[in-house]
Design a protein around this ligand. Structure first.
Ligand SMILES: [Zn+2]
Ligand SMILES: [Zn+2]
Length: 213
């Protein structure tokens, strides 16, 4: 998804750096969790980064057509599955990972950030403030049923697409539920969200809620 600069503080400078700057390495999603319930295992292309997942079904799964994803992934769109930070267990913690915070092109761990394998550069996930967006291509699915849990539920930023995908799924111009449904989105869902938007406008004026990842 496009990067938004939600941070008011810049990355720490060497002068202000302290031990606490590494505190995030000991919290999810990087904290190593013992007795982790393993539902899936995954690895990057070079296998230096390995992780496990404890949740069978992602919170959501989307195809993002935004130009940032096109640039970052070298692909027409990105497939991402959303999980809580506690749902993932990197077997080597933060070791071997690298970060990219697009708003100021920083390599520090500043949220939201892109996370890659330091060695083979495979995109591992996008880390937001409260959620992670994983790229399911890294996961070893043991059955078709498991893979079905990750089926995309909608297309987002479809207005920026480079190719039409006539699959009957809802297609949002921008963020899901925060923009207009366009193209071949199912009619009943289009009507449902039109009504929802109208009643929200009546209830709370013109302020729209912002999505935080
Ligand atoms: Zn995107
Ligand atoms: Zn790798």
């Amino acid at each position: 998804m496009p990067n938004s600069n939600q941070d008011t503080d810049g990355p720490p400078t060497h002068a202000t750096r302290s031990k606490d700057d590494d505190a995030w390495k000991h919290q999810p999603p990087y904290k190593f969790q013992k007795d982790f319930q393993v539902e899936y295992e995954a690895n990057c292309q070079c296998k230096k980064i390995k992780y496990q997942l404890s949740r069978k079904e992602p919170l959501n799964s989307k195809l993002c057509h935004c130009s940032d994803c096109q640039r970052q992934h070298g692909a027409p769109f990105q497939w991402a599955a959303i999980f809580h930070k506690e749902d993932i267990n990197f077997l080597n913690g933060a070791e071997g990972l690298e970060w990219f915070h697009a708003p100021n092109a920083s390599l520090e761990h500043t949220l939201p950030c892109k996370v890659h394998c330091h060695h083979c550069k495979s995109p591992i996930m996008d880390e937001g403030k409260s959620m992670i967006l994983l790229f399911p291509g890294l996961i070893h699915f043991k059955s078709k049923k498991d893979m079905d849990y990750f089926n995309p539920k909608c297309h987002i930023f479809y207005g920026q697409r480079v190719i039409d995908i006539p699959d009957g799924l809802p297609k949002w111009d921008g963020l899901d539920e925060k923009s207009k449904l366009i193209e071949d989105s199912p009619e009943d869902i289009v009507k449902e969200y039109e009504q929802k938007r109208k009643s929200e406008e009546n209830d709370s004026g013109k302020d729209s809620k912002k999505v935080k990842l």
